[in-house]
Design a protein around this ligand. Structure first.
Ligand SMILES: C=C(O[C@@H]1C=C(C(=O)O)C=C[C@H]1O)C(=O)O
Length: 355
């Protein structure tokens, strides 16, 4: 199958209102697509059949599934373009900024009172598009972020989503698994070596500890890397890799995914308290942002599930970009605002030719 032909098929599928997903794994030059042949809405609780999962942040809502057995499955080599990227312009929004900063300060106070250790706060911003084109979107997204998991997903039930995420929720290969603790953010610069302050180091360690704790029941963890700097587009994060074996008889893709999701990198810790705080205070619906997505194969014995970050939903020529950041007792409201502005650039650069 030829790449150009694949993109044409995707564009046609979208025009026909049929569900599809097209994706490329991090650092991979192959692109895969599932094109569902009907508009049926499949939900999934048990991740033991082949297909693609699209799960929301709030697991009380259903995860949507494109089953392989109802889809045309296509694969081809990705043809990327070398594109120049310039930071997109973000208009000043004094009101929005002060409201967001107020929420951050309230969250810091809540944490200082001892109610939680970390809570991830987020927001979304809408951008009007002059000319939406699937072809341009694919070209931009897949070319600019070769080290990310890149995807476009459409289902009449969820709408149209796309993103380039740096974060793995869990990767499973029979009895072994891999995951990561990704937290701490700074803009990419020429300064070498990259330095991380105590706030970022502590926050990232908290995420690693909470993930290890969540994994205890379902895995025997074998390897934990030292924290290292991970580049995601024009941002840098701190990352620790964790890998090991699934506990025999006990763990499946479903149990490990539900033990991990939502991770402290996108929700907080303690998980329940952070999640309730988010649902009560954020003031908008995260929907599929900070949910997870990925292709399940071999009846759930192999899978690569990613956290849905650096993503946007596009509807009626309007793109809503979702961004957030981890708040701890040491967070400063103004810095957190800037961090979300920086994170917004990831998707804004993809949108440039359509704005
Ligand atoms: C919440 C987001 O990113 C997460 C939060 C991070 C942070 O607080 O430093 C870093 C990476 C991600 O785990 C986002 O991109 O919207």
């Amino acid at each position: 199958m030829d790449y150009k032909f694949l993109i044409e098929k995707i564009a046609q599928q979208y025009e026909d209102g049929l569900p599809f997903v097209i994706f490329s794994l991090p650092n991979n030059n192959e692109v895969s697509a599932l094109l569902q042949k009907n508009t049926a809405v499949h939900t999934i609780d048990n991740f033991n059949s082949n297909g693609f999962i699209f799960a929301p942040f709030d697991s009380r809502e259903s995860s949507i599934f494109i089953p392989e057995k109802e889809s045309e499955i296509l694969q081809c080599e990705l043809i990327t373009k070398s594109l120049t990227i310039n930071p997109g312009e973000l208009s000043e929004e004094i009101g929005v900024q002060s409201q967001y900063m107020k929420l951050i300060s309230k969250t810091v106070d809540t944490i200082k009172r001892g109610n939680a250790i970390k809570i991830v706060i987020s927001r979304k911003k809408d951008f009007k598009l002059q000319k939406f084109s699937i072809k341009t979107l694919v070209e931009q997204l897949f070319s600019i972020y070769p080290t990310a998991f890149r995807y476009l997903w459409y289902h009449p039930h969820t709408g149209f989503w796309c993103g380039a995420t740096p974060e793995t929720l869990v990767e499973i290969n029979n009895h072994s698994f891999k995951t990561m603790a990704l937290a701490g953010t700074q803009p990419l610069s020429d300064r070498q070596p990259v330095l991380w302050g105590p706030k970022e180091l502590d926050e990232q360690q908290m995420v690693t500890d909470a993930i290890l704790d969540n994994l205890q029941k379902v895995t025997s963890v074998l390897k934990i890397s030292k924290p290292f700097t991970h580049q995601a587009g024009s941002l840098l994060h701190l990352r620790t890799d964790i890998s090991g074996a699934l506990k025999n008889g006990k763990a499946t893709l479903t149990t490990i995914a539900s033990a991990l999701h939502p991770t402290p990198a996108v929700c907080g810790t303690p998980k329940k308290i952070a999640k309730n705080y988010i649902l009560e205070n954020e003031g908008y619906d995260r929907s599929y942002y900070t949910g997870f997505l990925g292709h399940v194969t071999e009846g759930g014995n192999t899978a690569s599930l990613m956290v849905n970050l650096r993503c946007m939903k596009i509807e009626n020529n309007c793109a809503s970009i979702f961004v957030g950041g981890g708040i701890t007792a040491d967070s400063k409201a103004a810095d957190e605002w800037v961090e979300t502005q920086n994170k917004m650039q990831t998707m804004l650069q993809v949108l440039q030719p359509m704005l």
